[in-house]
Design a protein around this ligand. Structure first.
Ligand code: S3P
Length: 440
């Protein structure tokens, strides 16, 4: 199917209904990678079949695992207890998580591999992972600029390190821990605030011992090298980062009430929901239950009068991917929403601070950009009526389409095909709730 070059969201009368969030992207990457590192069979349910995760599935197959798709979201990975040298370049597409975690995992084995990605991934900093893997004795050769893909890895014979992060990053932590599994000694990562802990939780499910020590500020995670993983079952719950989009639409389109079922409620991922509640959102969580080692629940959002707030900076790690959609909802709030301490947003799939500031301004929203943050001053009448450049960033595209549903005039985004990296069913799901989102 050819992708439209643009998508347009038109003002919606109201959005109503129940939907299911797609599988969590972070957990989906990890389930495939740990399944491939393990010995035996890993059956995965609810895997996100987005482009980023499909690239990781192809990668672990190239590293020697048997990967079978049994049905929608149902996958089986049979690992060999290690990676072998792949025949081809490992192309991770748009996926920062995919490439960084795979580099960490592969570094522990005596193999060589070339990693590459799309134009966006080639611009993203890899040194934040590879510098530490090099300290562990892995080798990286760069055919272009140091720290930018493509990169050639020579792995094996690693030694453990003790790494103290200045900015919490689950990708960096996870890459080091995955390498540490096959390093000599105890690998330790200290974070100033806890970042998402799916790697730690899943490593335990695969039989590894991972220690966590809570500190006055942040925590320290450590594991001893030489531990073998055993295949297991993984149930992937719904992705809170994707659930955020239909819930946001309900908050800002008058008369709406939307429920998203099966959303993962890991406290290290729910900063946005807390922030919306602090802004006065009518958000209720029901049917809390446990699934796949994570708490999940059904979240209902109803149209709400939101108030601008100062988002606590120490919440950044628990909602780093959610600031674009928070900013879109802040455009409809009374007063200013101040978002600071989020310089990391500039090195995601795009410079998300710059693109949100530009896109919101083009839609008539008052935005002030800073080096490490931005402030959005809302109004109950947002003009819209713009075509927004997304630089191929899925969350920039979805955030502006959601804004367009509540604006006075339609909002158009370019490169909508990239939405499939994290949320392939986004347009169908939103249409099912009553949204008018169509090819421009
Ligand atoms: C992710 C961690 C986050 C997040 C990314 C997914 C993960 O990156 O932005 O989309 O799955 O570990 P950082 O931890 O590097 O901030």
């Amino acid at each position: 199917m050819t992708q439209p070059s643009h998508l347009t969201a038109r003002p919606a009368p109201s959005l109503n209904g129940t939907a299911r969030a797609p599988g969590d992207k972070s957990m989906s990457h990890r389930a495939l990678i740990l399944g491939a590192m393990a010995t035996g069979t890993t059956e995965i349910e609810g895997l996100l079949e987005g482009d980023d995760v499909l690239a990781t599935a192809r990668a672990v197959k190239a590293f020697g695992a048997t990967v079978e798709r049994l049905g929608v979201g149902q996958w089986r990975v049979t690992g060999q207890g290690g990676f072998r040298t792949p025949a081809d370049v490992i192309d991770c597409g748009n996926a920062g998580t995919g490439v960084r975690l795979l580099m960490g995992a592969a570094a522990g084995y005596p193999i060589t591999a070339t990693f590459d990605g799309d134009a966006s991934l080639r611009k993203r900093p890899m040194g934040r992972v590879t510098d530490h893997l090099e300290r562990m004795s892995a080798r990286f050769d760069w055919s272009g600029a140091r720290g930018l893909l493509p990169a050639d890895l020579t792995g094996g014979s690693l030694s453990a390190i003790d790494h103290v992060q200045t900015v919490a990053s689950a990708q960096v932590k996870s890459a080091i821990l995955l390498a540490g599994l096959n390093a000599v000694g105890i690998t330790t990562v200290t974070e100033p605030e806890p970042s998402r802990d799916h790697t730690e939780r899943m490593l335990r499910a695969f039989g590894a011992v991972v220690e966590v020590e809570t500190l006055d500020e942040g925590w320290r995670v450590s594991l001893t090298g030489g531990q073998a993983l055993t295949g297991t079952g993984v149930a992937v719950p719904g992705d809170p980062s994707s659930a955020a989009f239909p819930l946001a639409a309900a908050l800002i389109v008058p008369g709406s009430s939307v429920t998203v079922e099966g959303v993962m409620l890991n406290p290290l991922r729910t900063g946005l929901f807390q922030t919306w509640i602090d802004m006065g959102a009518d958000l209720t969580i029901t049917n809390r239950r446990s699934s796949g080692g994570e708490e999940v629940g059904d979240i209902t959002a109803r149209h709400s009068r939101l108030n601008g707030i100062v988002v606590p900076e120490d919440r950044a790690a628990s909602m780093i991917d959610e600031y674009p959609i928070l900013a879109a909802t802040a455009a409809f709030a009374d007063g200013a929403t101040v978002m600071r301490g989020i310089g990391e947003m500039r090195v995601k799939e795009s410079d998300r601070i710059a693109l949100m500031a530009a896109g919101l301004a083009a839609c008539g929203v008052a935005v002030e950009e800073e080096a490490e943050g931005f402030t959005v001053t809302g109004s109950n009448a947002v003009r819209g009526g713009a075509t927004v450049t997304t630089h191929g960033d899925h969350r920039i595209a979805m955030s502006h389409l959601i804004l367009g549903l509540a604006a006075e005039q339609a909002v158009t985004v370019d490169e909508p095909g990239m939405i499939a990296t994290s949320f392939p069913g986004f347009v169908a799901l939103m249409r099912g709730l009553g949204a008018d989102i169509a090819e421009a």
